[in-house]
Design a protein around this ligand. Structure first.
Ligand code: ARG
Length: 259
């Protein structure tokens, strides 16, 4: 049995699934995401697409892996990382001290900050104006933390949704008056829904945050992907991917300064 397992690796299960890629055999990493978070990850013709997808694919190629990205949803992604059924979480996940107790993160790959999205005509000029409004957030995200910092933890004015898309649906239907989410996602939604009359406003109370690739605690992939990301920062690939999705040059120096 041991011999046949050695010969027929793929027939013997385990996480080290091999897939033939012509001459080379690269290990396929299982990746989870919550793909309603454009422009970072969203479903496009049945495939997960977005900045995160392009970046992860480039980093994986650099590190010598293939990736199988599944739209697992947010909670299942985090659970899958904890149980090590997933090798990677790639979902615009902000690096926080609290999360670092449970997961490992790559070096930062994107700088973000919270932003409030609301419909034209709603009186919101600063974060303080969230007080007394019905607020929607994606459950368990830094948007929830930012909203709670203003109106209080577990305040009944905050509705928590399972996906990012559901927060915007609630905004459009009028179930909530404001959504607190990540800046690029708020802009993207406003841009993609020009008839929805979506406005956005930031606030100095919202502090800069950085996205990282997430790994199970102790994963040896962290060092390999850190090196790969740094290579992509140096060789122009990161800038190319960034320009494709954001139409402007990235500030790689400030990303590296945050390492
Ligand atoms: N950056 C925020 C966080 O980590 C929101 C991420 C949400 N990502 C998603 N794909 N829905 O909490």
């Amino acid at each position: 049995m041991a011999v046949s397992c050695a010969l027929l690796l793929s027939a013997c299960g385990g996480s080290g699934e091999e897939q033939s890629t012509g001459s080379e055999d690269k290990k396929v990493l299982n990746v989870g995401t919550e793909a309603t978070f454009a422009p970072f990850e969203f479903m496009d013709k049945g495939e997960v697409s977005g900045f995160d997808v392009d970046l992860l694919q480039a980093a994986a190629a650099e590190a010598g892996y293939e990736v199988n990205i599944q739209n697992t949803g947010w909670d299942a992604m985090l659970a899958g990382l904890q149980s090590e059924q997933l090798d990677i979480g790639m979902s615009g996940v902000t690096i926080t001290d609290e999360r670092k107790e449970t997961y490992d993160f790559s070096v930062p790959y994107f700088e973000s900050v919270s932003m409030i999205a609301f419909k034209e005509g709603t009186d919101i000029k600063t974060a303080e104006d969230l007080k007394g409004k019905k607020i929607g957030v994606q459950n368990g995200t830094t948007g929830q933390i930012a909203a709670e910092a203003i109106v209080g933890k577990n305040d009944s004015s905050i509705s928590k949704y399972k996906t990012s898309a559901l927060t915007f649906q609630a905004l459009q239907s009028g179930d909530v008056e404001a959504v607190v989410t990540d800046i690029a996602v708020a802009y993207e939604f406003a841009k993609n829904n020009p008839d929805a009359g979506i406005q956005t406003v930031g606030d100095d109370q919202f502090v800069p945050e950085y996205y990282g690739i997430v790994f199970p605690k102790g994963s040896e992939l962290k060092a390999e992907f850190d090196e790969a990301l740094n290579t992509l920062y140096e060789n122009g690939t990161y800038a190319e991917i960034y320009k494709k999705w954001f139409d402007e040059e990235p500030n790689i120096d400030s990303l590296k300064a945050a390492q």
